[in-house]
Design a protein around this ligand. Sequence first.
Ligand SMILES: NC(=O)c1ccc[n+]([C@@H]2O[C@H](COP(=O)([O-])OP(=O)(O)OC[C@H]3O[C@@H](n4cnc5c(N)ncnc54)[C@H](OP(=O)(O)O)[C@@H]3O)[C@@H](O)[C@H]2O)c1
Length: 194
Amino acid sequence: MNIGIIGSGKMGGGLAKFWAKNGHNLMLSYSRDIEKLKSQAQSIAPGVRVGTPAEAVEFADVVLLSVPWAAVPDALQAAGSLEGKILFSCVNALTPDMSGMAVGTTTSGAEEIAKLASGAMVVEALPIFAEVLYSPSRKFGEQDATVFYCGDDAQAKQTVAELLREIEVEPIDAGSFTPCFHALVDTIVALFSH
Ligand SMILES: NC(=O)c1ccc[n+]([C@@H]2O[C@H](COP(=O)([O-])OP(=O)(O)OC[C@H]3O[C@@H](n4cnc5c(N)ncnc54)[C@H](OP(=O)(O)O)[C@@H]3O)[C@@H](O)[C@H]2O)c1
């Protein structure tokens, strides 16, 4: 599968390594330092490409959005039309100092992203903390880490669940978007980040 990555930092770069190992074609995009992005692409695997967000969308079957919440509008504007694309978001709608929710508790980051990414099939998942992603194993004792995901398109969710299995976690379908679910998940993340 072709995966375009918008925001190749701790999460985007870490996920890219797993997916490259599993044989996917990757294009990284959206950096304030294009030379850093190019060298990161080389360090992930031979053949990993670098492009603009719009090129990554054009290239991709699945687009990963992995930027800080504050950068979401700019990143999605640079991405252009996402019509018909699976948009896998691991974005948490946190304030820049991570002290709280940037969107309050009556909506969620994913729902706001879905509004901006008109026509995309948005699936939100929180693929664990970056530290766990870079650990030798995603197991807690004998137990695989579980990762909740949600979205309104069944096929898109199935595709994202497969990509989550490739990072060696157990994906759990949390249903369709509900503000309640996201508020809960985002609150848990905010609590853990202190
Ligand atoms: N870290 C975690 O444990 C974790 C876990 C679950 C979810 N998340 C969520 O995943 C998303 C990405 O987190 P991360 O930890 O991967 O962040 P990060 O390491 O800071 O990566 C952000 C990426 O966005 C790029 N970027 C481009 N323009 C930017 C701008 N104007 N401002 C900020 N970044 C810009 C950065 O590229 P350059 O620096 O090269 O410009 C970088 O590649 C966030 O929404 C976060 O809440 C994080």
